[in-house]
Design a protein around this ligand. Sequence first.
Ligand SMILES: C[S@@+](CC[C@H](N)C(=O)[O-])C[C@H]1O[C@@H](n2cnc3c(N)ncnc32)[C@H](O)[C@@H]1O
Length: 237
Amino acid sequence: MPWVIGVTLAAGVALMPTLVGRDRNRVLYTLWAPVYDALVGAAGFTGARRRSIDRLELRAGDRVLLVGAGTGLDLDLLPAGVEVTAIDVTPAMLERLARRAARAGRPVSAEIQDARRLAFPDVSFDAVVLHLILAVMPQPELGMKEAARVLRPGGRIAIFDKFLRAGEQPSRARRLLNLVTRALFSDISRRLEPLLAGTGLVVECDEPGAIGGAYRSVMLSKPLVGERSRPPIRKTL
Ligand SMILES: C[S@@+](CC[C@H](N)C(=O)[O-])C[C@H]1O[C@@H](n2cnc3c(N)ncnc32)[C@H](O)[C@@H]1O
């Protein structure tokens, strides 16, 4: 495993200037794929993932979209009977997801798609899961708009990711570190609030998710037609 990490680090830095957006992520996550579960599994996010998904209050028959689904670490946490669609730009990640789904005997529709341009009609899903994707993908504001578009009115979006707190200024050290983390796997200086502008989505819940609040767990809802925006139920950050 150390050599995979080494190659990925070197490739990330070397490829940074030549590859942009989706293609860079595809190359990087192809390299990360063999060790992704071991690394991210060790981060201890399972509890936070579970709480995030539980807030969606999914019921059998609900249509759920996993955006940037990766190797499918969220799959086991979804209740039985929901209809799961998973998209990602990296075939190596989705192949692992497909194997995990087959082992669990869970039918999943897995498709290579870019989160910035989803190939689904409007109002296709009852819930959307955005776990560890908004800080990774290029143009996350487009990913957020697409999630809102394909969600039905009254539907919910679960976000678990690392964001700066509202009003927080990134330190110089963080800005420097971000040059490296962005090249290798993820941006660490993004804000959630600008991504929500103009989407019409309502923040229902915003809580520290993991690592002392560096990761946030946010639930959004799409108002029913004619419903006025409500204030958040809880807003702790
Ligand atoms: C940090 S992983 C998160 C995977 C999974 N959601 C999880 O929680 O473990 C980020 C994933 O986003 C995918 N990705 C990056 N850019 C994307 C894009 N523009 N559209 C769809 N998926 C993308 C990567 O291939 C990778 O599988």
